[in-house]
Design a binder for this molecule. Structure first.
Ligand SMILES: NC(=O)c1ccc[n+]([C@@H]2O[C@H](COP(=O)([O-])OP(=O)(O)OC[C@H]3O[C@@H](n4cnc5c(N)ncnc54)[C@H](OP(=O)(O)O)[C@@H]3O)[C@@H](O)[C@H]2O)c1
Length: 363
């Protein structure tokens, strides 16, 4: 007999973030035995673990590795969770657009969602509207703190500012750990920094970039995060390509066939970035890759900008993110959030804190 004080959980995606979330979930279940948290489905893109009686063992990761079961289709997962003996939460730890596109279906069936996946909230404006209207009709919850700034409390802070009636004037920051790392070493506040191409190569070797660094340098990841924040601040941004986004990929290298060839040829274009760096230096400034949202003028943009060396954006270290909220209440001294904007444990922390909020609202 199922307990009424029980929540069923389905996890899609068991990579870097998914594995950390599983371990935080196990720890949470021990620290907070009620409501009972029952994992009933876990899958990657190729395998799944689930049973008709909604129980799976305590070794989900080992069982998943050994599983020969294919994942259910997304509508089947929605049916399965909607028929669970008590409320269910879907945790999407993928970066899949297909899973994101299915959120309205899950929400309309009463299944709540927590996720670090940016795709649903930064895709078409229609998908955004479908998600929140399905949630408001069914009462299911949807939280996505880690879709911007990983575990940093960026989204919850912005929601609190808006919900309490503050007027958000401008949001500005460094939203990409990769870009942060690159510019903090290419154009440091002290010293002259390295050659652009050498810094990109080093960042790739240290695992800070995507396998093809062009996927970071095209600015789209930052544009997606800005889309999410702009929408939460009340701007109906159509998509991450509907505002100016500066790509740092030289035109000539846009279509080279591999990331390796891109890195080999990048030194040919070092002089362009060197010019940008020295133009900033001449004014006593440094160059950084930032995103900004000017709420009053509805202007969203992503690209290179110069900052005084004393500015919080200039003084960042390592691969940290920094996000400044300029609001009516905070005046000219913005509310600033800073810290690691990537990494499995901190990203999973944002997912787990969302999960705790949802559990407290549905059980
Ligand atoms: N890592 C970070 O620092 C960080 C920071 C902020 C946000 N995030 C976000 O967190 C999410 C997860 O990131 P990650 O680093 O954990 O990625 P990852 O290591 O690549 O893991 C992704 C997982 O999702 C599974 N998956 C992908 N497409 C799927 C599908 N259609 N159906 C079922 N499973 C699918 C993968 O399975 P297969 O192995 O079978 O493909 C894998 O288990 C992403 O949305 C990412 O943008 C990550």
């Amino acid at each position: 007999m199922a307990q009424t004080n029980q929540v069923f959980i389905a996890i899609i995606g068991a990579g870097g973030v998914g594995k950390c979330f599983l371990s935080q979930l196990a720890d949470l279940s021990t620290r907070r035995p009620s409501p009972k948290l029952s994992l009933c489905y876990i899958s990657t893109s190729k395998k799944a673990v689930y049973n008709a009686d909604y129980s799976i063992g305590d070794n989900a990761l080992q069982d998943l590795a050994a599983s020969t079961k294919a994942p259910m289709s997304l509508p089947q997962v929605a049916d399965y969770l909607a028929a669970a003996p008590s409320k269910a939460i879907l945790v999407d730890n993928t970066s899949s657009q297909d899973v994101a596109d299915a959120y309205p279906l899950f929400l309309s069936r009463g299944v709540s969602i927590v996720t670090p996946n940016k795709k649903a909230f930064s895709g078409s404006y229609k998908l955004w509207q479908d998600i929140f209207s399905a949630a408001s009709t069914s009462g299911a919850k949807v939280y996505h703190e880690s879709s911007v700034g990983a575990g940093l409390p960026v989204i919850s802070t912005l929601k609190d500012l808006v919900d309490t009636g503050d007027e958000v004037i401008k949001i500005e920051g460094v939203f990409s750990g990769t870009m942060s790392f690159l510019f903090n070493s290419f154009a440091p506040v002290e010293g002259s920094g390295g050659q652009w191409s050498a810094e990109v190569k080093k960042a790739k070797e240290l695992g800070y970039t995507e396998p093809d660094p062009r996927d970071d340098l095209n600015g789209l990841d930052v544009a997606r995060k800005l889309t999410i924040l702009a929408r939460l601040a009340g701007l109906p941004v159509e998509s991450p390509t509907s505002f100016p986004v500066q790509s740092l990929i030289p035109k000539e290298l846009e279509s080279v066939s591999s990331g390796d060839e891109f890195l080999q040829r990048l030194p040919e274009f070092d002089s362009q970035m060197e010019e940008t760096k020295s133009a900033a230096q001449k004014q006593g400034k440094v160059v950084r890759f930032v995103g900004s949202i000017d709420v009053a003028s509805k202007a969203v943009k992503v690209g290179l900008e110069m900052f005084d060396k004393s500015h919080p954006i200039a003084a960042l270290k390592g691969s940290d993110n920094v996000i400044s909220f300029y609001t009516k209440r905070y005046g000219s001294n913005p509310l600033i959030i800073q810290g690691a904007g990537a990494g499995g444990e901190v990203t999973a922390m944002g997912v787990t804190s969302d999960f705790i909020k949802v559990v407290s609202q549905i059980s």
